[in-house]
Write a protein that binds this ligand. Structure first.
Ligand code: OXD
Ligand code: MN
Length: 592
């Protein structure tokens, strides 16, 4: 237990508020973790899985009303409303403390409070930041032990400093109507109550490493982004690094762990994973931008993960993993989810804990799913077969390219490059995803999700854009910025681009652009590859189809400009003049 007086007095205060029967300090040891797993199995909070087939693996089920992040109940509490901006929900700090204080009051009576000292980032690295999470959930403790670096070494690194993020979480009675995920960036504080779902309660992840960290990054001159980090090893042994931001559930984990297509594998290309969800970015001494993954594990979406889509993720989950809300196969005590394989278990329990009959499964009716569509695996990074050897490098990895991406049926081409750095944040700011009605091919609703950070920026979105522009001036050797869309569809609504491992072909074009090895075609939206510059060896894609994938539909883009204007108006007058000028220039180029 730390002697840090700031930690001790804050813990005392939170104990007085929540009134736990017992307080347990988490030391990061395997012995303590094993004791907690055993206790959780006794109460039913965890189910131990088949030790031969899935050693060290467990299943957990959340309450049925508590299966995803709750954006509508997530708040940024700054003294001035304009500091949180129009995109975030805002509450005055005093009001939030009072409102949640009542919910926390006595909420741990009859329960144990666990005190988790954790580091986001490699302990002792200049990137890293320390947090404490107080929670009444063993599930949270065990997930934090996988997702972050926990224990005595973290307390030693903090020493007697007051610089730590104070996280308080209580399950209370899981009451949806009183569920709140609240951030006080001015106080380095996060309060989460009435949930037991990962994204709401593993406070190191979205709450700290994105919302609070983005606030700190702006103050201190660095960036916290919703980005994967991957390394591409070339046949000559050199490895180049790329960061990519896609909205939730658009395949970041799959891209981060991709397996190159056979002809590139044979040439000697390899892909290494540094991170699948969050990147902290700082300018290095050499003037390049460096990235570190602040997490220590993966909290991935299970459904759809299989031997084809992501064999590396699947392999990562074969030991030491906590599965949440997947199907339990009662014949052999293993797990299953939709899209794992074509052999659903015959005797099974669904994510709600009820007997499940796979033969009644109808893919158009989510209520018949055995696993919840947002069911998850929490798996250790060290168990990932393609983990980068730079994963624990305290300096981070140098970034050559930043990639933004969305899910667009028609508008965005397969790939384009921004004209320059200033145009890059513009490209990020107009990121969007849409739903497609597959049957009719009709285009659905567009949700603008700048830099994939709409739910995660801990301050005013316009100020966040300004920070991106400002960072351009601080990075002498800035990465190049690109946009991709793996999801372009044909008239029948079928995806045109094969995706998955073949996405490496597009990343290699980017690296050629970075190295000045290949020309590109200038279009109103940016530079696109010349026909033939993306290697399509072994793919069944005609030149016509490639042209279609890379085409820019001016009418669709002009309609998009109108939608972007509305979105900028929603953010308000903090949108930097530079980005408004970029939007006007785009419109002009499209109209010419
Ligand atoms: C997300 C996640 O929702 O990573 O983005 O869980
Ligand atoms: Mn995410």
């Amino acid at each position: 237990m730390t002697q840090n007086k700031y930690v001790r007095s804050w813990v005392d205060e939170m104990v007085a508020l929540t009134c736990p029967d017992k307080v347990v300090w988490i030391d990061g040891s395997e012995l303590q973790a094993e004791g907690l797993r055993r206790e959780a199995c006794l109460t039913g909070e965890l189910i131990k899985l088949n030790e031969q087939k899935l050693p060290g693996c467990y299943l957990h089920r959340t309450a049925v009303n508590d299966v995803a992040r709750v954006e509508g109940r997530t708040f940024i509490c700054t003294t001035k409303k304009e500091d949180a901006g129009n995109i975030n929900n805002w509450m005055a700090p005093a009001e939030a403390y009072e409102k949640l204080g009542k919910l926390f009051k006595g909420s741990m009576k009859g329960r144990t409070m666990y005190v988790i000292p954790y580091s986001m980032g490699i302990v002792g690295s200049s990137f890293s930041k320390i947090g404490y999470e107080l929670t009444d959930s063993i599930y949270v403790v065990l997930n934090m032990l996988i997702m972050t670096r926990v224990g005595v070494e973290v307390e030693e690194a903090l020493g007697d400093s007051p610089e730590f993020i104070k996280g308080l979480h209580a399950k209370a009675d899981l009451d949806e109507a009183n569920r709140y995920i609240v951030h006080f960036p001015e106080d380095n504080t996060i309060w989460s109550v009435n949930s037991g779902y990962g994204g709401n309660v593993l406070l190191g992840k979205k709450c700290f490493a994105l919302r609070i960290a983005s606030w700190l990054g702006r103050k201190e001159g660095w960036m916290a982004e919703h980005m994967l980090i991957l390394g591409i090893e070339k046949p000559d042994g050199e490895t180049r690094y790329i960061c990519a931001a896609f909205p939730s559930a658009c395949g970041k984990t799959n891209l981060a762990m991709l397996i190159p297509p056979a002809f590139l594998r044979e040439k000697g290309y390899k892909v290494w994973t540094v991170g699948d969800d969050i990147a902290w970015l700082r300018v290095g001494k050499d003037g390049r931008l460096y990235a570190q993954n602040p997490e220590n594990g993966f909290f991935g979406v299970a459904p759809g993960t299989n031997e084809k889509s992501n064999p590396n993720a699947l392999a990562t989950t074969k030991k030491d993993t906590i599965f949440t809300n997947v199907v339990l196969n009662t014949d052999n005590n293993t797990v299953w989810w939709e899209g794992l394989d074509k052999n659903p278990p015959v005797h099974a329990i669904d994510w709600k804990g009820n007997p499940w009959d796979a033969s009644k499964y109808d893919k158009n009716d989510k209520s018949t799913c055995g696993a919840h569509p947002n069911s998850r695996f929490t798996a250790k990074a060290v168990n990932c077969p393609c983990l980068s050897k730079e994963f624990n490098n305290p300096e981070g990895v140098p970034i050559d390219a930043i990639v933004f991406g969305g899910r667009r049926a028609k508008t965005a081409p397969l790939v384009y490059q921004s004209f320059d750095w200033e145009h890059g944040p513009f490209v990020g700011s107009i990121m969007a995803s849409e739903t497609t009605a597959a049957a009719s091919g009709a285009v659905g609703v567009v949700r603008r999700d700048p830099m994939a950070m709409r739910p995660f920026v801990g301050y005013n979105m316009g100020d966040y854009f300004a920070h991106w522009l400002d960072m351009g001036h601080r990075i002498p050797k800035a990465p190049k910025i690109f946009h991709v869309n793996w999801f372009r569809t044909d008239e029948e609504g079928n995806f045109i681009w094969p995706g998955f491992g073949d996405n490496l072909r597009v990343l290699l074009w980017m690296l050629d652009r970075v190295d000045g090895k290949v020309d590109a075609v200038e279009t109103p939206i940016g530079y696109v590859p010349a026909p033939g510059d993306i290697d399509t060896t072994g793919l069944d894609l005609s030149e016509e189809t490639m042209k279609e994938l890379l085409s820019v539909d001016k009418e669709a883009w002009l309609a998009d400009v109108a939608n972007i204007r509305e979105f900028y108006a929603l953010i308000g007058d903090t949108v930097p003049a530079e980005l408004q000028a970029q939007l006007n220039a785009l419109e002009k180029r499209l109209s010419e």
